[in-house]
Design a protein around this ligand. Sequence first.
Ligand SMILES: [Cu+2]
Length: 490
Amino acid sequence: MRIKIKSRKAKIGLGVLLALTILIGATVAFYFWQMRLQKPAEINMADHMHHASPSSHAGHHTTTSTGTSCESLTATDSDAPVRDFDLTAASATIRLDNGKTVDAWTFNGISPGPELRVKEGDRVKVTLYNKDIEDGVTIHWHGVVVPCSQDGVAGVTQDAVMPDERFTYDFIATVPGTYWYHSHQMSSIQAEKGLIGQFIIEPKTDPYAVDRDMAGLLQKLGSQYVFNGMTQGLIVPGKAGDTVRLRLTNGANDTLEMGVAGAPYRIVAMDGNDIHKPGLLEGKSFNIGAGQRYDLLIQLPVQGKVVVGSTSEDSLKVTLGIGAEPVTTASGDLFSFLDYGSPVPGDKVDSLTIDKSFELKLGQNVFAKSINGKSFHEIPPMNVKEDEHVRITVSNEGGGDHPFHLHGHTFRLLSKNGEPVKGSPIYLDTILTKKDETYELYLVTDNPGLWMAHCHNLMHASMGMSMMLNYEGITTDYRVGTKSGNLPDL
Ligand SMILES: [Cu+2]
């Protein structure tokens, strides 16, 4: 229907509204342009707190003779079975199952890219070819503990792979679990454009008798949420009594609350790490923060379907089994990992030694996201040595959801708001923090390198909530900044 505007007043009102819209639009555009301008020209992330010194870095950079370069830290030779994959990054127009088209950036023509599945212990070789992504691309293996040179962070562990260039990633799939991959060049732009995919390491021996193993990646493509690229949810067939392992990954920026209706379920792993003796959950929902993974184990009931779905986005769901739709029992009760599962016998969490502690206060205002009041390369790195026992206390002081992700390591969760983890040990690579929450993380520095630590709402990372955990003596020849074009978190 076309609305005719008759009155002069209404016309003026509309004009003012239009002018305001243009003004606001221009301000926002100018702001983002400014943000981009504020990116450093050239920063060495191994040494970025010294870059301001005028005398030492006069336009040239050298590798210190005493250091070990990140590039030299590679996967050790082994006779592990090799799994080869090719991923081609290219722009493409994708037609979704609802008929709409999206201009996306794809791996092998699709988004999400192909699900890569390997077995525990395999040597994984993935050759990335960039067909036409002009800013260059990389692949970061989120949650997978890889050697520094394979971490896929533009300007830290490699240069962005430019059009018609290749880069082969090579690492051992050590810890079985649910992981994912995404570009870490201009990550906030490139992940949302579609350069993401699932990476599954299957265990040599599965502790569970699973009839179906299904991975589901949640993502925002264009302006809409999709599940493995589908707008209308996923369907997993299966008969009564079947046990399904559903591996959920949140590849979007926002926290998604997921509920399970129709059957009790267990959360058997978080971020690829098994929960010890996970109990049955009924009617509980759980929050899956950006970058996090939850593995659910569900036995299909004698009658009716099971629906695993977002409590806010109707179409974002997985329907398992056959029969009648379940009666939804959304209690609003949230799962807590503080007392889930049971402790591992002999595990002495109370006597863990701490050599070094860091406190990170996550903050934000309208224009920037910060850690301890500073943004990105202004944030002093967490400096560590090999084989230290480190505690990191992360506090969300600014509000908003900040899923804090650390590269290269799996950390153990010690406490939330002062309350210790009493059930199964919880090992994660990404901890969702909400307003006023404080988490204590523990890790052993056993993977020398230069590692990013950032909010996995990648928009927040691009606005400054991104820093480094640097091992003493590790250097890099790569540079972050507008000069090299390596902008990992733009
Ligand atoms: Cu954040």
